[in-house]
Design a protein. Sequence first.
Length: 251
Amino acid sequence: MLTPERHQLILSMLKEKEVVTVHELVEVTQSSESTIRRDLSDLEDLRYLKRVHGGASSLHRKLEEPTIVEKLNKNEQEKISIAKYAATLIQDRDSVYIDAGTTTYHLISFITAKDIVVVTNGLNVALNSRKHGFKTFVIGGELKADTMAMIGRGAAVGIGQYRFDKCFLGMNGVHLDNGYTTPDPDEAYVKQLAISYSDEKFIICDSEKYGEIAFAKVADLHEAEWITDSGLEENELEKINKITRCKVVKS
């Protein structure tokens, strides 16, 4: 089977199934595993799909975001490992902005630094921060019920009152060309401001977000360091590290 024929078949299967495995593609195309992996790499470079462990998935500009309940138990061990490492970056007397989200929620529980100040737009993060005894500020704005995040004009004004040593942001998409993205433009704007008001900027999210592109852009890849789990393939990690520092944490 010629390369264009294989590519067309791969994309047709993705349209039907959303996710296909390398093994399935090898059987259908009667090609070698190395050939299929090369095909998937080529199609990912052309932004037709996203490579995932053992196969590929469809690539969409995501407008909808899972609720915080839906996200809470997904890839939980990976999120905890990422959060544990991120917490070690916070030093005594730091002022830190911690984004709304599930990985960021876990981050609070592993902070050992003393006399820190936490600013957040996440109600769940704020409650966890106070539970652990940290001085905590919640920026104002409209409460987005699905993600427990404060967004909108009030949030933008509120965050502008502060400056941070470090910020830790969750993200829905991490892409070589399209950078860091999230579905909601209002939430993206608050993340943008957090980056601009912070000396050090960290994105903390699991490796499944790699290759995804959500609707609203937050920043280019080089504007923040990415802390993630060990689900990235070596060639993907090499590409990312040419643009920004990517810290891989073992689960």
